[in-house]
Design a protein around this ligand. Structure first.
Ligand SMILES: *Cc1c(COP(=O)(O)O)cnc(C)c1O
Length: 403
C-alpha cells in the first residue's frame, strides 16, 4: 500500500518493476528534452491556467457525473453514477491528453506535432487540438486502417492534418508507431510526438496520466457533493489504460475505494482472439512481462516472444500491451482486472441506449457489461462510478452490422 500511495513512478519512471525507458540511443535526447519540458510546465501556474481554460471552453469540462436512476433500478443493486466523458468535444476522453501535450509542445517551442492512430480516434483528437493551437500536424496510419476508417481519415484532413499511409509490416497501428518514431528522431528540433495513451517510454505514462487525472478529481468532488461519501467501486475499460488511470488516480490513496479495469475478451480465449493482458485469471493466455514501444509491461506474445495479434470489436481496446502503471496496480492487488467479450459489450451498449438514452462507445460498453453482470449481487447501499469514456457515434456501422 505504501508504494501505491507514493502515486508517482520513481525517478527512472518505474512502477515497481514496470515502466522505464527502453529506447534506442537516438531517442534518448528527444525524450530527455521532453522530460525537462514537462517538469517545467508542471511547475508553471500559467501553463495550468491555459490548459484549464482550454479544457473548460474548448473541450467542455467539467463533465457531468450523472446518477443513472433507471439503470440502477433496472439492475436492483448499487447506486450507479456515470462519468460523462462522452460529452467532451470529439466524443471521448482523448482530448484531455491531446490538449495537455499540444500546449506543452507549444511551450517547448515546437511548431509541429506527429501522432500515430489505429482506428483514427487519437488522430482526430490530435488534429483537432493542432488546429486549435495553430500547430502543423502529421498523423501516421497503417494503409489497412485507413481503408477501414475512411471517415476518420476525411475528418483529420478536414481539420488540416496530413495523414500519411504506412505500407510497411502489417500496415496497422504498430507499423504506424514505428514510422512516427522515425519521424520524431529526424525532426526533433521542431516536432513533438503526441502519444495517445499511458504507454511508451518514461515520461509518457506519467505525463498522459497527469493530463487525464482531472477525470477522477472532478468525479471525487462530484460524488462527495451528491452522496456525501466516497464511492465503493470505480469501473472503467482498459485499452492502453488512460481513461481508467485518469479516473482511478485521485482515489488511489483511499483504501475503501475498489477499482475494476475491464479488458477486451474479444471472441475467444485463444491467443489472437482477444486483448487481455492483465486478467489472466479469467482464463486468457499469452500475456507476460516484456518490452513493447519503449516500456516494460504485460505484453501479449507467442511462446517465442513474437508480439501477438489481438482482436476486439472495439478498436480502442485492441492493443497487445497495457500501461505499466496498470501492470503494477494489478500485481499489488490495488486494482482488479477482468475481461468482457464482444457480444456482452454490444449487448451492454444497447442496454444503456434503451435504459438511459446514452449510446456509449463500444470501449466503454465493456466496462458497463461487467457492471451489469455484478450489480445485481451487490448491496443496494453501495455507490459505483462507471467511466463512460466515449460516445458510440463512431461505432454505428459496427453496431448495425452486429445487431
Ligand atoms: C481510445 C479509447 C479507449 C481506450 O484507451 P485508454 O487509453 O485505455 O483509455 C477507451 N474508450 C474510448 C472511447 C476510446 O476512444
Amino acid at each position: 500500500m505504501s508504494a501505491i500511495a507514493q502515486k508517482f513512478p520513481d525517478a527512472r519512471g518505474r512502477y515497481g518493476p514496470y515502466g522505464g525507458r527502453y529506447v534506442p540511443e537516438t531517442l534518448m535526447a528527444p525524450i530527455e528534452e521532453l522530460e525537462c519540458g514537462f517538469a517545467a510546465a508542471r511547475a508553471d501556474a500559467e501553463f495550468a491556467r491555459s490548459l484549464d481554460d482550454l479544457l473548460r471552453h474548448f473541450a467542455g469540462r467539467p463533465t457531468p457525473l450523472q446518477f443513472a436512476a433507471r439503470l440502477t433500478a433496472h439492475l436492483g443493486g448499487p447506486r450507479i453514477y456515470l462519468k460523462r466523458e462522452d460529452l467532451l468535444h470529439t466524443g471521448a476522453h482523448k482530448i484531455n491528453n491531446c490538449l495537455g501535450q499540444g500546449l506543452l509542445a507549444q511551450r517547448m517551442g515546437k511548431s509541429r506535432v506527429i501522432a500515430e492512430t489505429g482506428a483514427g480516434q487519437h488522430g482526430v483528437a490530435t488534429a483537432t487540438v493542432a488546429a486549435r493551437l495553430g500547430l502543423a500536424c502529421v498523423v501516421y496510419m497503417g494503409r489497412e486502417d485507413m481503408e477501414r476508417q475512411r471517415l476518420n481519415v476525411f475528418r483529420m484532413r478536414l481539420l488540416g492534418a496530413d495523414v500519411v499511409a504506412v505500407d510497411s509490416g502489417s500496415r496497422t497501428l504498430k507499423d504506424a508507431i514505428n514510422e512516427a518514431m522515425r519521424d520524431w528522431v529526424t525532426n526533433v528540433r521542431d516536432t513533438h510526438y503526441l502519444l495517445g495513451s499511458v504507454l511508451g517510454p518514461h515520461p509518457y505514462p506519467l505525463m498522459v496520466r497527469e493530463f487525464h487525472k482531472v477525470i477522477g478529481e472532478e468525479a471525487r468532488a462530484q460524488i462527495l457533493r451528491a452522496e456525501g461519501r466516497l464511492p465503493d467501486l470505480l469501473v472503467a475499460c482498459v485499452g492502453g489504460g488512460s481513461n481508467s488511470i485518469g479516473l482511478f488516480h485521485a482515489f488511489l490513496a483511499d483504501p475503501g475505494v475498489r477499482m475494476l479495469g475491464v479488458e477486451a475478451g474479444g471472441r475467444g480465449h485463444a491467443l489472437g482472439e482477444h486483448a487481455v493482458r492483465l486478467a489472466a485469471a479469467a482464463g486468457y493466455g499469452g500475456a507476460r512481462p516484456g518490452v513493447l514501444h519503449g516500456t516494460y509491461t504485460y505484453v501479449l506474445q507467442t511462446p517465442e516472444g513474437q508480439i501477438a495479434t489481438t482482436h476486439s470489436v472495439s478498436a480502442g481496446l485492441d492493443y497487445p500491451a497495457v500501461g505499466p502503471e496498470h501492470a503494477w496496480l494489478a500485481e499489488e492487488g490495488r486494482a482488479e482486472y477482468t475481461a468482457v467479450d464482444d457480444d456482452a459489450a454490444v449487448d451492454a451498449a444497447r442496454s444503456l441506449a434503451r435504459i438511459e438514452g446514452i449510446v456509449p462507445a463500444l470501449e466503454s460498453a465493456h466496462a458497463l457489461a461487467e457492471l451489469i453482470r455484478r450489480a445485481p449481487a451487490m448491496p443496494r447501499e453501495q455507490v459505483v462510478i462507471l467511466n463512460v469514456s466515449g460516445r458510440g457515434d463512431k461505432d454505428m456501422e459496427i453496431l448495425s452490422r452486429y445487431l
